[in-house]
Design a protein around this ligand. Structure first.
Ligand SMILES: NC(=O)C1=CN([C@@H]2O[C@H](COP(=O)(O)OP(=O)(O)OC[C@H]3O[C@@H](n4cnc5c(N)ncnc54)[C@H](O)[C@@H]3O)[C@@H](O)[C@H]2O)C=CC1
Ligand SMILES: O=C(CO)COP(=O)(O)O
Length: 343
């Protein structure tokens, strides 16, 4: 595999941007990490730590942070964008003047832009029509990657060179990168699982049993696959790291911010309190609303999303919603993931 010799840019100063930037810096790749917060950039450059997002985790001394986006992007052969979905487009617009035609740009963001129902790869294609686009997604809790826990991820793109370059740039003894050409499916998997992580956190707070957890996880996978296949994704993708893999990790770990929002809701907090106490981005909250609207519009059967929507946004009592889900007409329930029409 051809090693990446040139410079790489990472846009975003949060947990995942920092972890991705650091993997490559540790390998001796020249990495420029752009962020808007000057104090944080200085801290990374001087003290080699990002105390706001990854406290107690020493960063490579060669990782270079900057608030100058032009400088960050200059001569970069790969650009990773690790910005929450609500600000993703505006940051890409800011970066656009400094990217040459054919620039390879990779989103690591697991969310949807509400008004346009665009995944981040679509935003990249809209804003940078000449760029080569990829998405990175998988079971990748930032704090575990930071601790060098053995981890795998997926790079998905139509562009084979991009896939190979990203594999080469990120591959480490503790980090394996698998390639996929189903960009849409990989991206949807990472985005949809956030919804079910909120449901898992909520049910954990309520003290449900192992049977219930298993039912929830498995039916979540069926539901997210059904939605994604209706939108054109490959169902097999959902049996991989960016589908069931990411669903398992996010639905089982308090390190997941979406799980923590659900747990707080289950503990009696309001949505505002749950989000406020998190102090970081939980993409799943907006994703529930966006997917509910889309599923209704396209008449895709998503009972878990509908139930969660009622609990989270309309204050419906969890017990009532769960009872209604369990008492649903049985004859429509088919336990099958393939083929396409049976999901
Ligand atoms: N943290 C994790 O374990 C993982 C996160 N992701 C995804 O990566 C994306 C980013 O997540 P994190 O880095 O974890 O988020 P985070 O909440 O830790 O950090 C977000 C960063 O984006 C910056 N930001 C927000 N709006 C901005 C703007 N307009 N201009 C410049 N900077 C802006 C913030 O200042 C912050 O540095 C999310 O979509 C998340 O789903 C993916 C895999 C793992
Ligand atoms: O996507 C993640 C792990 O793969 C991180 O999930 P959270 O955004 O819920 O922390």
């Amino acid at each position: 595999m051809k090693a990446v010799q040139q410079k790489v840019a990472v846009l975003g100063g949060g947990s995942f941007g920092t972890v991705i930037a650091n993997i490559m810096a540790e390998k001796g790749i020249q990495v420029s990490q752009w962020m808007r917060n000057a104090a944080r950039a200085e801290e990374i450059n001087r003290l080699h730590v990002n105390s706001r997002y990854l406290p107690d985790y020493p960063l490579s001394e060669s990782l270079c942070a900057t608030t100058d986006i032009e400088m960050a992007l200059k001569d970069a052969c790969l650009v990773f964008v690790s910005i929450p979905s609500q600000s993703f487009r505006s940051v890409v617009q800011l970066a656009k003047p400094f990217m040459p035609a054919g620039q390879r740009v990779i989103s690591t963001t697991k969310g949807i832009e509400g008004e346009s129902f665009s995944l981040m790869s679509q935003i990249l294609k809209d804003e940078l029509p000449d760029a080569k686009v990829g998405v990175l997604s998988g079971p990748n809790l930032a704090k575990e990657v930071a601790l060098h826990q053995l981890t795998a991820t997926v790079i998905a793109s139509d562009d084979e060179d991009l896939r190979t370059q990203v594999q080469s740039a990120l591959h480490q003894s503790y980090f394996r990168v698998y390639a996929s050409s189903d960009m849409y499916g990989v991206e949807l998997g990472g985005t949809l699982k956030n919804i079910y992580a909120i449901a898992a956190g909520l049910s954990a707070a309520l003290g449900v049993g192992e049977n219930t957890k298993s039912m929830l996880l498995t039916r979540s996978l069926a539901e997210m696959s059904r939605f994604a296949v209706s939108m054109g994704a490959n169902p097999m993708t959902f049996l991989g790291l960016s589908g069931v893999g990411d669903l398992i990790v996010t639905c089982s770990s308090p390190l997941s911010r979406n799980y923590r929002v659900g747990f707080a809701l289950g503990g009696g907090k309001t949505l505002e309190e749950a989000v406020e106490s998190l102090g970081e981005v939980a993409e799943g909250v907006n994703t529930i609303r966006i997917i509910k609207v889309k599923a209704d519009e396209m008449q895709i059967y998503m009972p878990l999303v509908s139930g969660l929507y009622e609990v989270v946004f309309n204050g419906a009592p969890v017990k009532e919603v769960v009872k209604a889900l369990m008492m649903n007409e049985q004859s429509s329930d088919v336990e099958f993931v393939l083929p396409r029409d049976a999901v």
